[in-house]
Each structure stands twice: as C-alpha cells, then as structure tokens.
Design a protein around this ligand. Structure first.
Ligand code: ZN
Length: 171
C-alpha cells in the first residue's frame, strides 16, 4: 500500500479534549485549474494543528505552495509563491458539505487541502506590470488564444477586444 502523506492517524486525539497536535506535511501535488497549476517542486507545505472537538477533529493552519501560472493576456508562464489559511472539521457523520470524513482513527486531509488551495487561487492571473499584453501581431492569434477558456469564463479583456475589433482593420 503506497504511503499517503495526507493520511493522518488521530487515534491519540479522538475523545481527548485536552490536547492538540501540530503536524507538518511536505508533499508534491499536481492539482490545477484552467490557467494555474500547483508546481511539484518545491512541494506543497502544510503546517497544520489538529484539535480534538466534540465528534471529531478540527484542523487549522496554513498551506504554502508555488504555482505555475499562465498569463491570461500574453500566455506567458510565471511562478508565484502563494499561501492559504486552512480551517476544516472532520467528523464521523459527514452528511453535509461542511465537514470531511473521520474514518476509524484516520483523516485524509488531501481533499480538504485541495479545496482550500483551489479556493485561494485567483480566477485569472496576469504576469505583472511588464505584461506585454495580448498578442496582436497575427490575426489568427486572436482566435486561438482563447482556446480552453470558452464556456462563460471569458475575461473582460476578451469581451472588450471583441467590441473594439470589427472588420475595420484594413492594414
Ligand atoms: Zn502577461
């Protein structure tokens, strides 16, 4: 059975309201959303504290990670160091969306961390003040650029571009 760094044994904490325990997880992940990917190196670092609470375990802390971002304007790729705060509840009757499962004496914090990390990411990312902007040198570039971001996630910039570029460009 492969080791899952995100699977934590909490048998020492369950029902023991007096103690809490810090835990650090260092593990590469390959999570991604459309234009932002969590880099595998350096690995994701989660500094968590496990607190026993009635019926389960509360997890708080902070997660640090590096992302490889694709600029939505010029499509340049950049690296960003990011972090996100974490707070979640693990319990045995996780029949709602607010908590994660406590199974036996173990909690798997990977889904929780993934949720918190993804929530912390910007919807679109640009590469900064020196962004060269949308590539306009080739006509075809204007259309191919948006591949993959169709379906309601058009940036305001793309909408603006559509308004400003009817067929009046004669050169
Ligand atoms: Zn850019």
């Amino acid at each position: 059975m492969p080791t899952n760094a995100f699977l934590l044994n909490v048998s020492d904490l369950v029902g023991n309201q007096a103690s809490s325990r810090p835990v650090s997880i260092v593990e590469p992940v390959d999570w991604k959303i459309e234009m932002i990917q969590i880099a595998g190196d350096p690995p994701l670092l989660a500094d968590l504290v496990l607190h026993p609470v009635s019926g389960g375990i509360a997890v708080t802390g902070r997660v640090r990670f590096t992302t490889q971002d694709t600029c939505y304007r010029c499509l340049r790729e950049t690296l960003s160091d990011r972090d996100a705060s974490v707070g979640a509840l693990f319990d045995r009757n996780n029949d709602d969306d607010e908590s994660y499962p406590l199974e036996g004496h173990e909690i798997d914090v990977s889904q929780m961390l993934r949720d918190e990390v993804m929530l912390s990411l910007p919807i679109v990312e640009d590469c900064g003040d020196d962004c060269p902007g949308v590539v306009t040198s080739a006509e075809t570039g204007l259309n191919t650029e948006n591949s993959g971001v169709d379906g309601g996630s058009n940036s305001p910039f793309a909408v603006l571009k559509g308004l400003l570029e009817p067929e009046e460009r004669t050169e």
